[in-house]
Write a protein that binds this ligand. Structure first.
Ligand code: SAM
Length: 254
């Protein structure tokens, strides 16, 4: 039995002091990127801001717990996170449909989701996040004939009929558009609301039913909604009163 999602109306940096150490199984942090003109998106130096978050996550995570930190390609450049958390992957969330309007450089069309853990990750549920193999039979056969090296010995590369590891470039989950049924309001498009499928993959991979999932920047409550549906305990912190109301409505909490 999981508890109803906890929605906390607060500034995360102030609130986090009340969270005990070694307490949280999974953090999903989709906070400021420092790229828009919205008041909440002006973190100053984004790398220093993210380092402060990483320090906090390191304290509140259980040993082996995981944290996903969303940002732009440079979001953790030139900071030393290694004393605090282990970086396991920099997932690229590729959005080919992002408007390519740049004139003097290549337009950025991906976000980073930096995947950290406190020591080695204790949970990685690959079986729950496999994705379809998009290879034709001929190619598949060819792959199976290419030996793979495991512990120094050669073996057949096996095609797994249940699907493959999603890898670290995710182009299969689209950002919401104004037509998406799950979009709560057009004003949340692009900068705020994220697709449920994206949060679902992170939650399934890095937590178990009954675990505690924390979203320090809850926005419209996507993580809370999906985590609850997947039988995880969910806590979300959000500083904007209007979004707190939107979360209550979305989760049917009156
Ligand atoms: C990108 S949005 C999160 C969107 C969310 N993942 C969703 O799907 O709806 C970031 C949110 O962080 C909130 N925020 C920014 N700084 C905060 C802080 N210090 N404490 C709590 N919330 C904050 C903003 O109000 C904004 O709603």
């Amino acid at each position: 039995m999981v508890n109803p999602p906890q929605i906390i109306h607060a500034d995360f940096f102030a609130y986090q002091r009340e969270i005990p150490s070694d307490f949280v199984d999974l953090v999903i942090s989709d906070g400021p990127f420092g790229v828009t003109t919205q008041a909440w998106d002006r973190p100053g130096n984004i790398q220093q801001f993210n380092l402060e978050l990483i320090r906090i996550f390191s304290r509140i995570l259980k040993p082996g717990g995981s944290a996903y930190l969303f940002g732009k390609p440079d979001c953790i450049d030139f900071i030393d996170y290694r004393p605090h958390l282990q970086l396991n992957a920099k997932i690229i969330w590729y959005q080919p449909s992002r408007l390519a309007q740049g004139r003097i450089n290549y337009t950025n069309n991906y976000d980073i989701i930096a995947y950290f853990s406190k020591g080695n990750a204790s949970t990685f549920n690959l079986e729950d996040i496999r994705v379809e193999q998009l290879v034709e039979l001929e190619h598949r056969k060819r792959c199976e004939n290419v030996p793979s090296v495991k512990n120094g010995t050669y073996g057949r590369t096996m095609f797994n009929p249940k699907g493959k590891n999603p890898g670290d470039v995710w182009g299969d989950i689209k950002q919401l558009t104004y037509r998406s049924k799950e979009l709560l309001d057009r004003k949340y498009l692009n900068t705020i609301q994220k697709p449920e499928k994206l949060m679902e993959r992170l939650i399934l991979a890095s937590s178990h039913p009954g675990d505690l999932v924390l979203d320090p920047f809850a926005g419209t409550g996507t993580v809370l909604k999906v985590a609850h549906r997947l039988d995880r305990n969910a806590w979300g912190v959000e500083q904007d009163e209007k979004l707190i109301q939107a979360i209550h409505k979305r989760l049917g909490l009156g």
